[in-house]
Design a protein around this ligand. Structure first.
Ligand SMILES: Nc1ncnc2c1ncn2[C@@H]1O[C@H](COP(=O)(O)OP(=O)(O)O)[C@@H](O)[C@H]1O
Ligand SMILES: [Mg+2]
Length: 254
């Protein structure tokens, strides 16, 4: 059965695209799942860049316009993840009825175990049309009040749209005293925090190397937290690498 999961946040820059790419690769690499990642952020599309794909003959936009089949806009990355990139060209928005994402995607990606929808920030029609297309959702926030308050709005929208909330992921955690803690976030939004990903410049480094961090450095603290979230999604436990495994991997670069 295919699970269609939206990665959602109110604010931009919280890490939706980064988490979409890394969770997709984590499930594919570590847990041998068939994963498709779809760029539903049509106005500011970035998903393809996380996989080092910048130019594509056909994009998700063409599929939404009805010009081509889904296979024509599906690109497989070396990690095994299938990506449906949106066009980088704004003029390719012409002729798209964004509210049709749900109907267009329905029954199109049944070969995947997981379909992740990277969404636009906020709750305008671009984001809402993607939320409408998912059955489940992960809510993303940073450990700061403005971002956390947006989670409350997202929670209401999910309820109205009958989308199951899988939990909150807190991203860019530094552990500084002024940050909201896991407990404070859970008390504020009344949703379980299922993962906390540390702030790490490795995300920028891996982006510039055109490879999601979980593939670029599997042993990094941030990668391990993403593997744990991936394991949670499939009801498994992720066994953290031992200190020996980390040292071995650092020395031999495996
Ligand atoms: N945990 C993290 N630590 C440090 N930088 C991060 C982290 N997660 C994401 N980033 C960076 O933050 C920026 C915004 O991330 P992005 O995934 O594009 O956010 P969104 O899709 O929500 O707008 C990118 O430069 C990305 O590399
Ligand atoms: Mg994004």
């Amino acid at each position: 059965m295919t699970r269609t999961i939206g990665i959602i946040s109110g604010k931009g820059g919280v890490g939706k695209t980064t988490i979409t790419a890394n969770l997709s690769v984590a499930l594919s690499l570590k847990f041998a799942k068939k994963v498709t990642a779809v760029d539903c952020n049509l106005t500011t599309s970035h998903l393809g860049m996380h996989f080092g794909i910048f130019f594509y003959p056909k994009t998700f936009n063409d599929f939404l316009k009805g010009d081509v089949a889904i296979n024509d806009v599906t690109y497989q990355h070396a990690t095994g993840v299938n990506i449906l990139p949106a066009s980088l060209n704004l003029s390719d928005l012409v002729g798209i009825n964004i509210f049709e994402i749900r109907e267009k995607l329905q029954n199109s990606l049944t070969h995947s175990d997981f379909v992740f929808l990277d969404t636009a920030p906020g709750f305008g029609k671009e984001a809402l049309s993607a939320i409408r297309a998912c059955e489940e959702a992960l809510l993303l926030t940073t450990p700061e009040l403005p971002s956390v308050t947006d989670i409350l709005k997202a929670k209401n929208i999910l309820q109205q749209m009958n989308v199951r909330c899988l939990g909150v992921i807190v991203n860019k955690v530094t552990g500084k005293k002024f940050e909201l803690t896991k407990k404070e976030i859970e008390e504020t939004v009344d949703i379980e925090v299922i993962g906390q990903i540390p702030f790490s410049f490795e995300f920028s480094e891996s982006l510039s190397n055109k490879t999601p961090l979980v593939a670029y450095n599997q042993m990094s603290r941030a990668s391990i937290e993403i593997f744990k979230i991936a394991a949670y999604l499939i009801g498994e436990n992720y066994k953290e690498p031992s200190l020996f495994e980390k040292i071995f991997s650092r020395i031999f670069k495996v």
